[in-house]
Unconditional design. Structure first.
Length: 273
């Protein structure tokens, strides 16, 4: 049999360059008026950092007015939650059809939703699938509490959360999602995880995605760290190989702090291999 020389076909593919993504989760803060004034204060500065994808996630009420305000910028908009049905008798809920008119992203499965509103991994999965079906990029939040960490259950628990969240999601869609690792003990406590600990878990998440799909999908998925991220510690997270950005709570509510986080992230881009 004639061996065909396929030239350099055995060379490994070039490494995927993941665009860093910083998302500001405002949680239940800011009236519409306050939201517009905060955006106005930081939007030009944020817009200057073109190598970072910056996503603002204000409360539902502010989505539409903020969309109008940031229309001519590179800034993206995200919601903080969503129901998985497209319409119907679900008083008080917001559907993917409504969100897709105004935003590109939606945070799903945040630990506060799991804790206070009893969302299960199965609910998160239904929401992830509904978001993807409607062209919204889910930012899937996962994380362990202190008791679970101390019991040595972190890796197993996070793998399980990721696996259920991605059930019945095809590999094409899976490659587009963002996964946010937010250890509950680091949220709003001022006690961020170390870069090394955060990276260990984020690496584990990437391995889980590789096991569920393949290496190519795993190398495309963007993974954020979240929990007491500030302008002073973001560089440490961004220097880690498996961390592609951050989901920021408190520090996203102050213009100078959030701009610093995005600025530091852009600076880190050049330093990453
Ligand atoms: P903090 O940045 O305030 O710790 O909040 C993190 C968070 O929950 C973002 O979703």
């Amino acid at each position: 049999m004639v061996q065909i020389n396929r030239g350099n076909s055995f060379e490994p593919p070039p490494p995927v360059r993941r665009i860093p993504i910083i998302a500001g989760n405002w949680k239940m803060n800011k009236t519409v008026e306050e939201a517009l004034s905060l955006i106005d204060e930081m939007m030009d500065d944020l817009d200057a950092y073109e190598e970072v994808e910056t996503v603002i996630c204000p409360p539902f009420m502010a989505l539409s007015p903020v969309m109008d305000l940031i229309e001519d910028t590179n800034l993206k908009l995200g919601a903080q939650n969503m129901f998985y049905k497209e319409s119907g008798a679900y008083t008080g809920e917001i559907s993917p059809l409504m969100l897709r008119e105004v935003c590109d992203y939606v945070i799903l499965g945040h630990s506060e939703r799991r804790q206070y509103f009893h969302e299960t991994d199965e609910d998160v999965n239904l929401k992830v699938r509904a978001a993807l079906k409607n062209d919204l990029v889910p930012i899937i939040a996962v994380g362990e509490n202190l008791e679970q960490r101390e019991a040595g259950r972190t890796a197993e628990l996070i793998a399980n959360q990721v696996e259920i969240a991605l059930r019945e999601v095809n590999s094409f869609d899976a490659a587009t999602v963002v996964i946010a690792y937010e250890p509950i003990w680091a949220i709003g406590t001022g006690k961020a995880a170390s870069g090394q600990i955060a990276n260990e878990v984020c690496q584990g998440i990437r391995q889980t995605v590789a096991r569920l799909y393949n290496q190519e999908v795993a190398s495309q998925v963007r993974i954020q760290y979240g929990g007491s991220v500030t302008g002073d510690n973001i560089a440490e997270f961004m220097s880690q190989p498996d961390i592609d950005g951050a989901l920021v709570g408190g520090a996203s509510l102050k213009a100078a702090d959030f701009v610093k986080i995005v600025a530091q992230t852009q600076e880190a881009v050049g330093k990453k291999g």
